[in-house]
Design a protein around this ligand. Structure first.
Ligand code: 13P
Length: 334
């Protein structure tokens, strides 16, 4: 696939007023989400839940793509239609999570490195054949006492760059996700510093590995106070800090930036995105790639009646997509 074709996909992922729904929870992560609302974590429940999300009526009006997990990209609706076909028919680009999760970084207590590079080229080829057009890899940076280390940041940036180069070789748009976690009692300035160093390291590694930025999407965490910080930054402060940090680190040639929600409330995630777009024009489209902030309300509703609450849960998914789509334009009124 040519760089022009990759760039076309990347641009479609951040089309005006549209964003991504992240439903790529591993079986271990969805087990936690299901457990929280009392749903047994069976393969059929996982399939039925993803069918509910992906068949939400008119979802394609505000959703450009969805990130799937390995199990999900191979699954179909109850009527036997592959999920990837349902998505394409609704104008939703199939994406796939390709990292294999985080593991302790040897020699650096409290820090993690994302694994999954071994055999990745063959897995990417298979995912492309199954219909995926973009692929996500999540690196995690923890903030704490004396962490993160430069070693952890650079090791994760290096892995992201190797994965991104492989994606482009296999005709997939890499969605590179260096997530600076909200966990901890650090203030917003600390988050800003860590995010800035992380993004510098990432774009340096992408350059070193000949990754074409025109065919790459950044999935970023916002610059925000730690969850346990006594002083929580305002919506305006989060929006301004995040924008300043991104403008000083991310090349303008990138087709777009999407944010993760990372444990923010539904309201905050929408308000922050909206505020950033109201501060525009910005060098890139800024949109969303939310997991929890797209799904948690719907999951709660579905958990109350797995048979009869499907339509009601889908209304919530659509409402979250619409609100975040408006926020991607800076037009959310609250
Ligand atoms: P959250 O929006 O729930 O943080 O999930 C997004 C995601 O894909 C994390 O990798």
């Amino acid at each position: 696939m040519s760089i022009e074709q990759l760039a076309d996909i990347a641009r479609a992922m951040v089309a005006p007023g549209k964003g991504i729904i992240a439903i790529d929870e591993s079986n271990a992560t969805i087990a936690k989400r299901f457990e929280g609302v009392g749903i047994p974590n069976s393969e059929e429940n996982r399939r039925a839940y993803r069918e509910l999300l992906l068949t939400t009526p008119n979802l394609g009006e505000h959703i450009s793509g969805a990130i799937l997990f390995d199990e999900t990209i191979r699954q179909s609706t109850r009527d036997g239609v592959p999920f990837t076909k349902v998505m394409m028919d609704n104008g939703i680009i199939p994406g796939i999570k390709v990292d294999k999760g985080t593991h302790a970084l040897a020699g650096f207590p409290g820090e993690v490195i994302t694994e999954g590079l071994d055999g990745l080229r063959d897995r990417l080829k298979e995912y492309a054949a199954l219909g995926a057009r973009f692929a996500k890899w999540r690196a995690v940076i923890n903030i704490g006492e004396d962490i993160p280390s430069g070693t952890c940041i650079d090791a994760n940036a290096h892995a992201l760059a190797r994965y991104a180069a492989l994606c482009q070789e296999c005709g997939l748009v890499p969605m590179v996700e260096p997530e600076v976690l909200m966990d901890g009692d650090h203030d917003i300035e600390t988050c800003w510093e860590v995010t800035e160093v992380t993004l510098r390291s990432l774009f340096d590694a992408l350059y070193q590995h000949n990754v074409m930025l025109e065919g790459t999407i950044l999935k970023a965490s916002m610059v925000i106070s730690g969850k346990g910080c006594e002083e929580q930054a305002s919506v305006e402060e989060v929006a301004e800090s995040t924008l300043m940090c991104l403008k000083s680190t991310v090349p303008a040639i990138l087709p777009g930036i999407v944010f993760l929600s990372g444990g923010q409330s539904d309201e905050d995630s929408t308000a922050h995105l909206n505020a950033m777009n109201q501060l525009g024009p910005n060098p890139w489209p800024l949109s969303f790639s939310y997991g929890r902030a797209m799904q948690s309300a719907a999951l709660k509703i579905w958990s109350q009646d797995l048979v009869n609450n499907v339509a009601k849960a889908q209304e919530t998914v659509f409402a979250r997509a619409r609100d975040n789509g408006l926020a991607a334009l800076g037009q959310f009124k609250g």
